[in-house]
Design a protein around this ligand. Structure first.
Ligand SMILES: [Zn+2]
Length: 325
């Protein structure tokens, strides 16, 4: 049997419930735009919507739902999954395909993940179809943000936000999915309600070492002259920088807990956290955390990893001295 990961949690989300209600009322829109950074949850949401489109209850057990689950329905297509080079020619194929009769005579669904990666030209190509929709043809687009989505496209779709999940729900979802409870707890605590991120943290064998790399750096980073050396380190590689930023967030969170006399998440790193707390006042931690947020935004805007690391470390040196307690 094909188990659908996080099905219960996503089924309870307001995003799923609002689209399911549209279907129940006979008002299934010709196009939706789902905003979420949670790729695993979006995958599940897509599957749940497809099941609901062909099965009144979206039961997950009948023949129709089974076909959706194993991706063998000819009228359900998943497009541009992670593909940054989706071309106008490919989009033309999609829009022409949308105009043809359904194989099974019912609805046709087109799911687009990572829509923010699509260039303007293929988006424009799709626009015409969104403006003059075909009967029983539905486009479900998804992206982490709307920043690179054409306003004309956005004006033609029904926008839905898949909100962050409560921490406790994230933990239980991971446990149900086979993650050991202590790791699920850790992943959930670091996830900011994002199931994809929670799982990454939970299964990360390298977690403890990665935290140590960040605490070592924070202990040793004294002046702007040190920045050049650290920027070259592996933790700021293109592949690791995103996770490294999460480690910085986590460590700063612990430093703040230490200052405020609250229990901290990384109890096995208490000595390192105390050393860092001596250098970073509460105000410095606040500004340092803001700098991490800025780094995330820059990465999302495709800034180069080295430049982002450079900005972060210079900023850390600056706030440490500016906010000396
Ligand atoms: Zn069913």
């Amino acid at each position: 049997m094909n188990e659908l990961r996080y099905a219960d949690e996503v089924r309870r989300s307001s995003a799923y419930r609002s689209i399911a209600a549209d279907i129940d009322r006979g008002e299934f829109s010709h196009a939706y735009f789902i905003r979420s950074e949670d790729k695993d949850a979006v995958d599940t949401l897509f599957t749940l919507i497809a099941m609901k489109a062909y099965c009144k209850d979206g039961c997950g057990k009948c023949a129709e739902c089974h076909k959706v689950l194993v991706r063998s329905k000819p009228d359900v297509k998943y497009l541009a999954e992670g593909n940054e080079n989706f071309s106008v020619a490919e989009m033309t194929e999609v829009t022409e395909d949308a105009g043809m009769t359904a194989f099974e005579g019912g609805r046709k669904l087109y799911f687009f993940k990572n829509f923010e990666n699509l260039a303007d030209a293929p988006q424009n190509k799709l626009l015409k179809t969104l403006e003059e929709p075909f009967e029983k043809v539905h486009f479900i687009l998804s992206a982490a943000s709307t920043a690179t989505v054409l306003p004309t496209v956005l004006s033609r779709v029904k926008q839905v936000v898949l909100a962050a999940f409560p921490q406790e729900e994230v933990k239980n979802a991971l446990i149900k999915d086979g993650v050991p409870p202590d790791r699920a707890e850790r992943g959930a605590a670091l996830s900011q309600g994002n199931l994809t991120r929670a799982r990454e943290f939970a299964v990360d064998e390298d977690f403890s070492r990665h935290v140590s790399e960040v605490t070592d750096l924070l202990s040793e980073l004294k002046t702007s002259a040190d920045v050049y050396r650290f920027v070259k380190e592996g933790i700021f590689s293109k592949e690791r920088i995103d996770r490294t930023l999460s480690m910085f967030e986590l460590v700063f969170h612990c430093v703040l807990s230490f200052h405020l006399g609250r229990p901290m998440a990384l109890s096995d790193k208490a000595d390192a956290v105390r050393r860092i707390a001596e250098m970073y006042s509460v105000a410095a931690v606040g500004e340092a955390s803001d700098a991490v947020v800025t780094c995330r935004a820059r990465l999302k805007a495709n800034c180069n990893a080295t430049n982002v690391a450079d900005y972060l470390l210079l900023k850390l040196v600056e706030v440490k001295y500016k906010c000396r307690s």
